[in-house]
Design a binder for this molecule. Structure first.
Ligand SMILES: [Zn+2]
Ligand SMILES: [Zn+2]
Length: 820
C-alpha cells in the first residue's frame, strides 16, 4: 500500500486528492484525518461522499507521505480501509485543514456493526469527575451501537432510535468539534439528554425497589444479582437474563424457568483475570475476548475455581464474554465473580428486544428487569467464536461482525446483485452487491414463527440499507425449507429467476469464499460433514466427498446410508440411530448372541423393536441418510451420552468431544483409532465409509469396560483416519472425467468439533494436501447463504458471458440412485 506515485514523483510542496474506500463513515474517520493533518502542518479538507471519504491535502512532500502512512497504519479502531488512491490536485485549498460538508446522495458505504465499549469511554464512566460518570449509554465514534439502532441509511441520528433524544448544549459541542472523539458520534448523549436506565419489578409486586445505599438503578441491579436474583438486562441487540454464575441455586432456577435443559449458558466476567480463574486462555483467545467484536469465546475449563455443572452440563468448555456496553460494565464493576448472561427468551424463541415484550415474556423467569428508553431497532444475538488450531472460528456470526461485507474472491468481479436465502436452522441470508457478500446476522431456527417474522423483517431492512435490487434469488434445493419456499414465492411474485443449490455444494462454496479461493481455480475435494441436507437422489446427505468448484460438483464418496428411524425423531433421540446402525451392520440375532451381557443390549431390547423394524422397511418413516452427524449420535448413544434424547442440536456430539482423552489421542499408535473401511456401493461404484468393524470394536470395548474417554478418542481418531484414507483413495483414482485435486475444503457443522477438525487437517496436511477450513463464517448452516451467494454469482457471470437467458435453473446432471 505504500507506493503512491503522486507523492513519490514530486520533490517539494504538492497537493493531492486522496480517495479512501471501505468502512470509513460513521467511525470517526474525518476527525482522525483532521487531527493527523493538523499535527503535520498540512492544509486542505476532508469530506464524506457517496464513495467513502475524500481528502484534499497540500504541503511539504515528506509531511504528505507521512500523513498517508499514518492514515494507513493508524486508522480509527472501527474503520476498515479497503483502498487508497491518490491523484494530483490542481484546485484551491483552504488555508487551514478543515472538515467540509458531506456531498453526494445516498452513500454506498458500509453499515458498521455494533462495537463493544472502547477503553476511553470505559474510563469515563467510572471517573467521578467526568461528565459521563456512571452514564450507562456512553459511546463515541470508536464504540457503541450501530446496526442495532439503525432504521435506514444514511447513518444519521435521525435514522436511528436516538432520534427522539435532543442533544444538550454540551453534547452538541462535542458532536460539532472535530477535535473531540464524539465528533459526529450519532448516538451521543449524556446523563442530561441521553437514555436512562430503570429497574422495574416483573413479579407483579408493587412495593417498589428500595436501594438507598445504592448509587443508582444499575448499581441496584448489581446488588440484586449478587444476592441471587435473576435480572433481565437490556443489552445492545437484545435482552439477556443474568444471574450469579457461582450460585448453583440461581443457575438451576434460571434453567428451570427458561425451560432450557442442557444447552450451555453464556457467561460474562468483569475482566480477563476473572475468566482465568475458570478457563485456560490462549493468546488468541484473549485477543478475541478483548477485540471490538467482543464475542462469546468458547474456552477450555481450567484454572483454580469451578462453576456449578449446571452452567454447561457435560462439557469441558465455557463460553465467556467481556462487558460489551456501559450497562454491563457498571453492573460487573463491583463483581469479582462471573455472571450467567444468556439470551432473554424462552427456550427456542428469539431474544426479546422491546421493553413491553420483556415485561410480558420474561416475567415468569426474572424477578426484575433493567430496562431503558433507547429502543433496539434490530435484534442482534451475541456472536460465538472458538479458537481451533490457533485460528479463531466464528460459530455464530452476529453482534460485532454483521453486516461487515466479505469480498468475493478474484474472478467474481463486480458481479450482478443477488439474494441468497440460506438454510433452515441457524438461518442467515446473504446479499451480493459490487463484488461483496453481505451476510446477515444469525437469525435462528425458521421453524419458530417469531424467528421467521424477524427473518422477513431483516430481509426488507437489508434491502433498504444496502439499496439492494437483486436480479436473481438463490435457495437450497430442499422443498420444505421455509427460506426456500419464500424464495419460490418471491421469484414468482417479483418475476425473478431462482437458482437452486445443493446443500453440501453450498457448504463447500462457503468454505472457498472464506479462504478467498479464486473463481477460476481448479476444483477441490469438499468434505462436508453435517446433520442433514437434501441430496440429489431422494435420500438425505450429510457425510459427503464432493469434487467441487463454485460452478459444479460431483459426488465422489459418501458415508454409509442408514435409515433415520422416525425421521425427525431420530435427530432428537440418539438411541434411534444406534439401533439403526447396529441393525444395518450386525442385526439383532448376532447382537444378542455376542453382546447380551451389555447394558445397552438390555436398553435396546426394551424398545418397540417390531415397530422399528417395520419402519426400517418404509422409506417415508425411515429415510436413508448418509449423515456424519447421526453417526456421532449413534456412537454417543452407545457410550450412554444423552442416549434417550438430546436437549439441543449437536448435544450428543458435543458431549462425545468433551469426553476425549487427550493423551490417548496423542499416542501415535495406529491401532488406537477404531477401524472403518472404504468399500464401494453396488451399482454406482461410489466408495463409502463403512462402520461395521468400528461397531464390533466399540461393543468389544464396552465388554472390556474400556474408559469412555479412551473410546471417544478412538472414535475421533478412527474417523479422522478414514476420512484421510478416503481422500487419498479419491485423489489416486482420478481419470479423464475426474480431475486431480490438490486442495481439500472442510465444511459442515461436524467441523465445529475441535478434535475432528485438528485431527483431519493435521493428517491431510501431512499427506501433502492444502487444507481450507472456516474462520470468518460458520462451518455450520450459518455459513450456507454465503456459499449459495457465490454459486449464484458464478452462475450469473457465466450466463452473462454466454448471453443465455436468465430463467435457467441449474440441476445436477448426476443422480446417484444406486445405493438405495
Ligand atoms: Zn468510546
Ligand atoms: Zn448531553
Amino acid at each position: 500500500m505504500n507506493v503512491h506515485p503522486h507523492v513519490a514523483s514530486r520533490s517539494q510542496a504538492l497537493a493531492i486528492e486522496i480517495r479512501v474506500r471501505g468502512r470509513v463513515q460513521g467511525v470517526g474517520f474525518r476527525p482522525t484525518i483532521w487531527r493527523y493533518a493538523r499535527e503535520l502542518g498540512l492544509v486542505g479538507e476532508v469530506l464524506n461522499d457517496a464513495d467513502g471519504v475524500l481528502v484534499r491535502v497540500g504541503g511539504d512532500q515528506a509531511a504528505v507521505a507521512a500523513f498517508i502512512l499514518r492514515m494507513e497504519r493508524e486508522p480509527p479502531p472501527l474503520a476498515c480501509i479497503e483502498g487508497i488512491e491518490t491523484t494530483a490536485y490542481g484546485g484551491a485549498l483552504p488555508d487551514e485543514f478543515c472538515v467540509a460538508e458531506s456531498v453526494g446522495g445516498a452513500a454506498h458505504t458500509q453499515v458498521t456493526p455494533d462495537a463493544a465499549i472502547c477503553s476511553a469511554c470505559a474510563q469515563e464512566i467510572i471517573d467521578p469527575s467526568a461528565r459521563r460518570y456512571r452514564h450507562a449509554f456512553a459511546n463515541c465514534t470508536h464504540c457503541g451501537p450501530r446496526l442495532s439502532i439503525l432504521h435506514a441509511i444514511p447513518y444519521d441520528r435521525a435514522n436511528t432510535t436516538m432520534a427522539s433524544f435532543v442533544m444538550c448544549e454540551a453534547c452538541h459541542g462535542e458532536y460539532s468539534d472535530p477535535n473531540d472523539r464524539r465528533f459526529h458520534a450519532e448516538a451521543i448523549g449524556c446523563s442530561q439528554c441521553g437514555p436512562k436506565a430503570l429497574l422495574v419489578r416483573l413479579d407483579g409486586c408493587t412495593s417498589g425497589i428500595k436501594h438507598h445505599s445504592m448509587l443508582d438503578d444499575v448499581d441496584a441491579a448489581c446488588d440484586l444479582i449478587h444476592n441471587g436474583a435473576i435480572v433481565a438486562i437490556k443489552g445492545l441487540g437484545g435482552y439477556h437474563l443474568a444471574c450469579d454464575a457461582t450460585n448453583a441455586d440461581a443457575v438451576a432456577n434460571l434453567r428451570r424457568l427458561k425451560r432450557r435443559d442442557a444447552k450451555p449458558f453464556a457467561l460474562m466476567a468483569r475482566d480477563v483475570d476473572v475468566i482465568r480463574r475458570y478457563c485456560t486462555i490462549s493468546a488468541e483467545e484473549e485477543r478475541q475476548l478483548t477485540g471490538p467484536q467482543a464475542p462469546i469465546v468458547l474456552m477450555r475449563v481450567g484454572g483454580t475455581d469451578k462453576l456449578p455443572d449446571a452452567v454447561a452440563p457435560g462439557l469441558v468448555t465455557l463460553g465467556f464474554m467481556l462487558p460489551t456496553t456501559p450497562i454491563h460494565l457498571l453492573i460487573l464493576r463491583r463483581l469479582e465473580r462471573p455472571l450467567v448472561m444468556t439470551s432473554g427468551n424462552l427456550s427456542d424463541e428469539p431474544p426479546v428486544i422491546s421493553n413491553a415484550d420483556a415485561c410480558k415474556r420474561l416475567a415468569g423467569i426474572a424477578t426484575y428487569a433493567l430496562v431503558h428508553d433507547r429502543e433496539i431497532a434490530n435484534r442482534i444475538d451475541d456472536s460465538v467464536v472458538r479458537v481451533t488450531d490457533d485460528r479463531p472460528r466464528v460459530l455464530r456470526r452476529a453482534r460485532g461482525f454483521a453486516p461487515t461485507p466479505i469480498r468475493l474472491p478474484n474472478g467474481f468481479g463486480p458481479s450482478p446483485e443477488l439474494l441468497a436465502m440460506g438454510g433452515q436452522l441457524k438461518a442467515t441470508f446473504c446479499l451480493v452487491k459490487d463484488g461483496e457478500a453481505i451476510l446477515s446476522q444469525h437469525q435462528g431456527d425458521l421453524e419458530d414463527s417469531a424467528t421467521y417474522d424477524d427473518y422477513c423483517k431483516n430481509l426488507a431492512l437489508y434491502r433498504e440499507l444496502f439499496g439492494h435490487n437483486p436480479v436473481a434469488l438463490v435457495a437450497d434445493r430442499h422443498p420444505e425449507y421455509l427460506a426456500s419456499k419464500l424464495a419460490h414465492d418471491r421469484a414468482r411474485s417479483e418475476a425473478l429467476p431462482l437458482i437452486e443449490t445443493q446443500h453440501h455444494h453450498a457448504h463447500v462454496a462457503a468454505c472457498l469464499v472464506d479462504n478467498a479461493y479464486p473463481l477460476q481455480a481448479p476444483a477441490v475435494l469438499g468434505i462436508v460433514l453435517d446433520g442433514l441436507g437434501w441430496g440429489d437422489d431422494a435420500t438425505i446427505w450429510g457425510g459427503e466427498f464432493l469434487l467441487a468448484d463454485y460452478r459444479r460438483y460431483q459426488r465422489l464418496g459418501t458415508f454409509k446410508p442408514i435409515p433415520m428411524l422416525g425421521g425427525a425423531q431420530a435427530v432428537r433421540e440418539p438411541w434411534r440411530n444406534l439401533y439403526a446402525h447396529l441393525m444395518a451392520e450386525i442385526g439383532w440375532p448376532a447382537f444378542s448372541m455376542n453382546f447380551s451381557e451389555l447394558e445397552v443390549h438390555t436398553y435396546l431390547a426394551g424398545k418397540p423393536r417390531a415397530l422399528l423394524d417395520a419402519m426400517t422397511k418404509s422409506s417415508i418413516s425411515a429415510p436413508l441418510a448418509s449423515s456424519c452427524g447421526r453417526l456421532f449420535d449413534a456412537v454417543a448413544a452407545a457410550l450412554d451420552l444423552c442416549r434417550e434424547r438430546q436437549a439441543y442440536e449437536g448435544e450428543a456430539a458435543a458431549r462425545l468431544e468433551a469426553l476425549v482423552d487427550e493423551d490417548a489421542l496423542r499416542q501415535e499408535n495406529d491401532c488406537l483409532g477404531y477401524p472403518l473401511t472404504i468399500p464401494t456401493l453396488r451399482g454406482s461404484g461410489l466408495p463409502y465409509i463403512e462402520p461395521l468393524a468400528m461397531w464390533n470394536a466399540i461393543l468389544g470395548d464396552l465388554i472390556l469396560r474400556t474408559p469412555r474417554s479412551v473410546m471417544s478418542a478412538r472414535f475421533h481418531k478412527g474417523l479422522a483416519k478414514v476420512i484421510v484414507a478416503m481422500t487419498k483413495k479419491l485423489a489416486r483414482q482420478h481419470d479423464s472425467s475426474t480431475p486431480r485435486f490438490a486442495s481439500v475444503a472442510l465444511s459442515g457443522g461436524c467441523f465445529q468439533n475441535c478434535v475432528l477438525l485438528e485431527q483431519v487437517s493435521y493428517r491431510l496436511k501431512r499427506e501433502g494436501f492444502n487444507v481450507f477450513s472456516h474462520t470468518q463464517v460458520p462451518a455450520n448452516d450459518g455459513g450456507l447463504a454465503l456459499g449459495q451467494a457465490a454459486i449464484g454469482a458464478a452462475h450469473l457471470i457465466d450466463i452473462n458471458n454466454n448471453r443465455e437467458g436468465l430463467d435457467y435453473v441449474p440441476r445436477n446432471s448426476r443422480t446417484d440412485r444406486d445405493h438405495r
